[in-house]
Design a protein around this ligand. Sequence first.
Ligand code: HSE
Length: 450
Amino acid sequence: MTNATTNPATTYNSGKGEGEPVGIAILGYGTVGSQVLRLMLENAEAFEHRSGGPLEVKGVAVSSVDKHAGSLADQKGLLTTDARALIDRDDVDIVVEVIGGIDYPRELVLNALRNGKSVVTANKALVAAHSAELAEAADAAGVDLYFEAAVAAAIPVVGPLRRSLAGDQVQSVAGIVNGTTNFILDAMDSTGASYDDMLAEATRLGYAEADPTADVEGYDAASKAAILASLAFHTRVTADDVHREGISSITAEDIEAAKQSGNTIKLLAICERLVDDQGNESISARVHPTLISRSHPLASVDKSFNAVFIEAEAAGRLMFYGNGAGGNPTASAVLGDIVGAARNKVFGGRAPGESTYANLPIADFGDVPTRYHIDMEVEDRIGVLALLTQIFANHSISLRTVRQEEKDGHARLIFVTHTARERDLAATVEEVKGLVPVKAIKSVIRLAAQ
Ligand code: HSE
């Protein structure tokens, strides 16, 4: 069951010694990079105390110097368009990557690690796609790879999973890790408005990007789920291992039905340790709209806030809440990592690296246990309910509640199932869809575990 060790004894970094300056290169000067530089310069004295030596920014790499004319970085003479040369400077010890994207930052980050520089990145897509080669390069050079800002920005969750919970057994992590989708779903819940109207509002307020696909279709959350699952279960999980569904099909009617049953709908990143009847362990990482009880701690996470709910064997339930995006909140996490990496440069040693020793298999999504909330319109006549309940029974699915309402001459039926395998639930819905008395399946939404 073991395939790797944590922090293999490769190059030992013995440290420069207290009082020695630590050189920093910042790659990217957007919303996050500009706040990182500002806060580093404003709090230089405090950072020196916390790191053991002064932190000196050696340069800020950008794609166009003109674009940032007059900025703080420009005033300090730090701007350069030559990121590679900046990384290669002998007086640069730590490279801070806040560019975004995958291919170009991957090349720069690998180059930095291979040249013995520690790396701090906020780039979830990069870490979720390439953790193996990044960790390998960091291990080989004996340097740090920090990425607290990659998941839920200011909320400390990577550090707690890597360090504070290293002595515990994490059972599950459920997170609202995308602020844009939480804003949209919360606004739909509180106003009754449609998805399209609330997406437009999120765009107007600057939460959603011009192309909102990465957020609303769950790609951003899936990268974060991969990172959380890797850390929680000591197993390498990439974004491709995460089952992903977005929120664009959620209707005002779904939200209203959720409310009527005492629930709300959240886009959750769910990472779980599963144990089958034979005691075999596997893990599941998935992102999909999920019904949760309004009394669940995650239900009160409103607007664009993020929260991560962890259940661990000894610790019990933990919840981390706060700002999951934005310049300053992201800079806060980046700066914490810079201080950690700088301390190691000054005093020697490394932070915990990638831990993949458990190497658990990723469960087939069809085998994942879940519950469904199914809302449908059917003909209101004798035998229809009996026909439908028989189909559930044929697929070994037990019903928890069934509600029927009159609707425009039809019957509206809302089924809530007990826990069953995803594959059986999906097959049931497929079979039900094809029945003559079933006029429409209005929605199928999974419920959080009880
Ligand atoms: N776009 C993300 C969000 C923040 O809406 O939360 C960066 O991951």
